[in-house]
Ligand binder design. Structure first.
Ligand SMILES: Nc1ncnc2c1ncn2[C@@H]1O[C@H](COP(=O)(O)OP(=O)(O)OP(=O)(O)O)[C@@H](O)[C@H]1O
Ligand SMILES: [Mg+2]
Length: 291
């Protein structure tokens, strides 16, 4: 789906009125993102995650190297709109991406701009709003939505482009824990049930336990790539990327240290709960404990 081949990105920085410098922010990044993958990108502030994300729907072009989206080079100006429609973006601040005065108008905005027939727009808006669970709210003003609902609306806006891939740049950063779960659940559904490729940028390690691949970035480089189990078991790498060890991984480590044999492969809350319960029941030989 996406192939990033050795890209370099430089920003021009003005030290004062007369002196400008080039700052290398992505320094030889290569990455393959196969179709239907759930890929998570983590890394400290300023490591280049958002800059990389902007290359995926041609908000930026590389200074060196190439980004291919479904075989199309993003530098091919004639194909700009083809690429943009393949890759939807959802950003951190939901208020910045909402334009419509009602929820349904907001989703209709993109298709209307492409001169789509109005009957098709209606069908598309209905489908997008149903998929994100906002159909009942279609007549409401977006300003009345909660933070989680606003991010779901942002996702519906992205879906209205009929994308194969959605890139989400810290979509949960401004949300409370419940709203975060709501958005993460939606991301999982779109990936697992509809096969939409997801690139999720986040600082929350607990949101990426189900990712197919995690990429760790630091200072414009990729310093690690692997499954959640590979990444989270590599404490040195996590420290280098200034990442927290996810609470579930830490709990697993503590339980193993205490002689309770929880498998290292358990990274999600649900699986951890049922495994602890299973071990408890096995030890007690009762089978009657519940969470
Ligand atoms: N338009 C710009 N002009 C100059 N420098 C920029 C610009 N945008 C970003 N930068 C710099 O590029 C580097 C990478 O920024 P980027 O926003 O890609 O990082 P990030 O990993 O997304 O960080 P965060 O976790 O804070 O969102 C930072 O040092 C940032 O200050
Ligand atoms: Mg960023």
């Amino acid at each position: 789906m996406i192939k990033i081949d050795n890209i370099v990105h430089k920003y021009t920085v003005w030290d004062d009125e007369n002196t400008k410098n080039e700052k290398v922010v992505l320094d030889g990044i290569s990455l393959d993102i196969p179709s239907s993958t759930f890929m998570a990108i983590l890394g400290p502030n300023g490591s280049g995650k958002s800059t990389l994300a902007k290359h995926l729907n041609v908000l930026l072009l590389p200074d060196e190297g190439t980004v291919w989206i479904d075989g199309i080079n993003t530098a091919d100006v004639d194909k700009l709109w083809d690429i943009r429609s393949q890759v939807g973006m959802v950003f951190q601040n939901p208020d910045n991406q909402i334009i419509g005065t009602s929820v349904e108008e907001d989703v209709a905005f993109g298709p209307e701009n492409k001169n789509m027939e109005s009957s098709k727009i209606r069908t598309l808006v209905e489908s997008c709003l149903k998929r994100v669970g906002l159909w009942q709210k279609r007549k409401e003003s977006p300003t009345r939505l909660s933070g989680g609902q606003k991010q779901r609306l942002g996702t519906a806006d992205a879906l209205a482009g009929v994308p194969k891939c959605i890139v989400m740049d810290e979509p949960t950063a401004m949300l409370d824990p419940e709203a975060r779960k709501e958005v993460i659940r939606l991301i999982h559904d779109l990936n697992k049930n509809e096969g939409i490729t997801i690139v999720l940028i986040t600082h929350h390690t607990d949101e990426v336990a189900d990712a197919d691949q995690i990429v760790l970035m630091k200072e414009g480089h990729i310093i690690g790539k692997g499954t959640p189990m590979e990444i989270f078991s590599n404490k040195e790498l996590l420290r280098a990327a200034k990442m927290d060890i996810p609470p579930r991984v830490e709990l697993g480590d503590k339980l193993r240290e205490a002689g309770i044999p929880v498998p290292e492969s358990i990274l999600t809350e649900e699986k951890m709960k049922s495994e602890i319960l299973r071990l408890y029941n096995e030890t007690k030989g009762k089978g009657e404990a519940t969470c």
